[in-house]
Design a protein around this ligand. Sequence first.
Ligand code: FES
Length: 168
Amino acid sequence: TADKMPPLEGDILVHAEESKEGRPIALADLSDQLVRAWPMGKDENGADVIRKGDPNNILALYRFPAGEIVAPTNLEATVDGQVVAYSDVCTHAGCSVSDSDINAGEMRCPCHSGQFAPKRGAVVIGGPPPKPLAQLPIRQDGERLVVAGFFLTPPYPYHNNEAEWDNL
Ligand code: FES
């Protein structure tokens, strides 16, 4: 069903935080602190549907000052090199990753202390995760942020099954 579909091109990014769930995310809502988002698409009747039926659809958004986001982030898949979206699902065992409370500017997984660098393509900088968090291409459409394509690398849970990924 539509609520379990992975993020699709054209989906609108909406807040996942309970107090504002479903509200479209504006640039002004974003900063160097992680904001969790769901992709919101349409169901078969054309009604809005938040794709939260699959917890693996949760996304992590950041907005950094110009010039701070660097390779291996795919800058073409960001908004103006300043807003970047990743899968928020840890590539180790699928926990939801947060901002590090130890090292500013890093992400940390609460389950086994996996660490990621959100300004550098969410590469692994510590702990057991085998791969970076998958980057999701996004673009700006008026006031809204919109999915511009599928994940650039296999996100959890596809990353252990390249064949399944190839068939997506
Ligand atoms: Fe994230 Fe293990 S699930 S480090």
